[in-house]
Design a protein around this ligand. Structure first.
Ligand code: GTP
Ligand code: MG
Length: 462
C-alpha cells in the first residue's frame, strides 16, 4: 500500500442496515472549507453537533451527529471528521458520494483497507503490534480472544517487548564500549556481570515466547485433523470431541466423503477439528475427490490424530499402513504434532491396551469415552497451552517468528560471551541482531512491502 498524503474517506461501520452508520474522513489537514461544505457550519473540536447533510441540489440526505477531532489528538493523528448517520447502506453511499464531490479539489479519495490504522501507525499513535491487535479485536471469535486483543491494543505486549529491547540495548552499550578497550575487556565484562545479564534477558524472552505462543493459538485456533483408514472411527471421535452428532457414522467403510470442520474448545483452547474421508485405494470418483481433500487437510494441519482400529485382530501395522503413515508424516507441515491413536479400546483386552501404550500410542474409545480426557490433555499440552486463563495476549505467527529468531541470536551471543575476547565482536553483533528481531515485532525495522501486506488485510474503514 502506498502511503498517501491526501485526505481519505470510508464507511467505518459494517455493510447492511443498522441504527447508526459512521462515515469517517481523515486528512492532514482536512481543509476548513471542506468541513464547512460537508456539515454546513464550522465545527468545534471534540464536540458532538447535530448537522444536516445535503446533496448537490440542497436536499437534506440525513440529519447526523458530527464530531471533529483536530490533529494530533485523533485516532489517525490527523484531522478526523466523523459523521454518525442513520445506518442505511444507500444513505451512507450517498453521504460518501457527496463528500467526494465536495472534496474533489482537496483530492479526497476512498480509503484503502486498513489505511486509517496505517496512518495511526505511521503517525506514532500506535505501534505495529497494537495496529494488528485492532484487526484481531474486530475478528475475535471468543471472549478470551477479545480480552487478549484488547490487552495487546492497550500496549501490554509492546511494553514487554520494549522492556527487553531496552535491556539488550544496555548490554550492547556495555559490550560495544568494552570493544574500545581490548586490554581490559574480560575483567570489565565480568565485573559488569554481562553473562548473567544475558541469561536473564534470555529467560525473559522465553517467557514472552510462551505467552506469544498461547496468543497465536488463541487467535488462530489449532487445526486438528483426524486421519486413518475407513471405519476406524474418525467421525465417531469428532462427534465425541464436539459433544454432538456432527458427522454421519455408519459401519460402512467410506461413509465420510468430504471434510467436516467443527470449531470447539478443548480446555479453553480453540481447536478446528477436521474429520476426513478414510484413506484407501478406491476407484469411486467421489471418494477419490474426498481423499484428495484429506491430503489437503494434512498439508495444513497443526496436529494430527492418526487413528487405527484396536479391535482388529492384528495389532501390528501392516506394510501398507506403515507406508501410509510415512506418506502422511512427509506431507505434514514441519511444526505439526503427530499422535497415533488406537480407537475402539472398549473392544480391546487390557493386555492389548498396555502393549499399545508401551509403543507410545494413545488408546481411546469414541464409543464409551474411555481415554478421551487423556487424549485432550495430550492435544493441548503439546503446543504449550496452559489453560489460557489469565493475562493472555493476542499474537500472530509473524510475532512468533521474530521472537524465535531473536532467541536464536541470544543463544549465539551466549556462546560468544563465554569464548573470551576473540569473539567479543561477534557477541556484540548477535546482540544487535537479537534486538533488531524484537524491533521488527513492533514494526520499527520492517520493510514497507511487508507493512503494506499487513494493513491490506484489514477491513475498509479501519
Ligand atoms: N465398539 C466401538 N465401535 C466404534 C468406536 N468408534 C467407532 N465405532 C464404530 O465403527 C464404525 C465406523 O465408525 P465411523 O466413525 O463412521 O468411522 P470413520 O473412520 O469415520 O469411517 P469412514 O468415514 O468410512 O472413513 C461405526 O459402526 C461406529 O459405531 C468405538 O470406540 N468402539
Ligand atoms: Mg467418517
Amino acid at each position: 500500500m502506498l502511503t498517501r498524503k491526501i485526505p481519505i474517506i470510508a464507511i467505518a461501520t459494517a455493510a447492511g442496515g443498522a441504527g447508526v452508520g459512521i462515515v469517517r474522513i481523515s486528512g492532514a489537514p482536512i481543509q476548513a472549507e471542506l468541513v464547512h461544505a460537508i456539515v454546513g457550519r464550522e465545527m468545534p473540536a471534540r464536540q458532538a453537533v447535530v448537522v444536516s447533510l445535503k446533496n448537490a441540489a440542497g436536499e437534506t440526505i440525513d440529519q447526523a451527529l458530527a464530531l471533529f477531532f483536530p490533529e494530533p489528538a485523533s485516532f489517525t493523528g490527523e484531522d478526523v471528521l466523523e459523521l454518525q448517520c442513520h445506518g442505511g447502506p444507500q444513505l451512507l453511499q450517498m453521504v460518501v458520494r457527496r463528500c467526494l464531490e465536495l472534496g474533489k479539489k482537496s483530492g479526497l479519495a476512498i480509503a484503502e483497507p486498513g489505511e486509517f490504522t496505517q496512518r495511526a501507525y505511521l503517525n506514532g499513535k500506535i505501534d505495529l503490534v497494537q495496529a494488528e491487535a485492532i484487526a484481531d479485536l474486530i475478528s475475535a471469535q471468543s471472549e478470551a480472544a477479545v480480552l487478549g486483543a484488547t490487552r495487546s491494543l492497550q500496549g501490554t505486549f509492546s511494553q514487554a517487548i520494549n522492556a527487553l529491547v531496552e535491556e539488550i540495548t544496555q548490554l550492547r552499550i556495555l559490550v560495544e564500549s568494552t570493544l574500545d578497550f581490548p586490554e581490559e575487556e574480560i575483567d570489565f565484562l565480568e565485573s559488569a556481570q554481562a553473562h548473567q545479564r544475558l541469561l536473564t534477558i534470555s529467560q525473559r524472552l522465553v517467557g514472552l515466547q510462551e505467552a506469544a505462543t498461547q496468543g497465536a493459538i488463541l487467535r488462530d485456533g489449532m487445526q486438528l485433523v483426524l486421519v486413518g483408514a475407513p471405519n476406524v472411527g474418525k467421525s465417531s471421535l469428532l462427534n465425541r470431541l464436539a459433544g454432538d452428532d456432527v458427522a454421519i457414522v455408519t459401519d460402512l467403510a467410506g461413509t465420510t466423503r468430504d471434510r467436516i470442520k467443527v470449531t470447539i474448545t478443548l480446555a479453553g483452547m480453540p481447536v478446528h477439528v477436521i474429520d476426513t474421508a478414510g484413506l484407501r485405494v478406491t476407484h469411486d470418483l467421489l471418494e477419490r475427490a474426498g481423499i484428495e481433500r484429506t491430503w489437503e487437510a494434512i498439508r495444513h494441519a497443526d496436529a494430527m490424530l492418526f487413528l487405527r482400529d484396536g479391535s482388529e485382530q492384528n495389532q501390528a501395522m501392516s506394510q501398507e499402513e506403515v507406508e501410509m503413515q510415512n506418506r502422511i508424516k512427509t506431507a505434514l507441515p514441519r511444526h505439526a504434532i503427530f499422535f497415533e491413536v488406537i480407537n475402539k479400546a472398549d473392544l480391546c483386552s487390557k493386555l492389548q491396551i498396555q502393549a499399545s501404550q508401551l509403543l507410545g500410542s494413545l488408546c481411546v474409545s469414541a464409543k464409551t469415552g474411555l481415554g478421551i480426557d487423556e487424549l485432550i490433555k495430550r492435544i493441548v499440552e503439546r503446543p504449550g497451552w496452559n489453560g489460557g486463563n489469565e493475562d493472555l495476549l493476542i499474537a500472530r505467527q509473524r510475532h512468533l517468528e521474530c521472537i524465535a529468531s531473536s532467541a536464536t541470536h541470544l543463544q549465539k551471543a551466549q556462546i560468544h560471551s563465554l569464548n573470551g575476547n576473540q569473539t567479543l565482536e561477534l557477541f556484540a553483533e548477535e546482540l544487535r541482531l537479537a534486538q533488531a528481531c524484537l524491533e521488527q515485532v513492533l514494526g520499527r525495522t520492517l520493510p514497507d512491502e511487508l507493512l503494506g501486506k499487513i494493513f491490506s488485510q484489514f477491513c475498509i474503514g479501519k
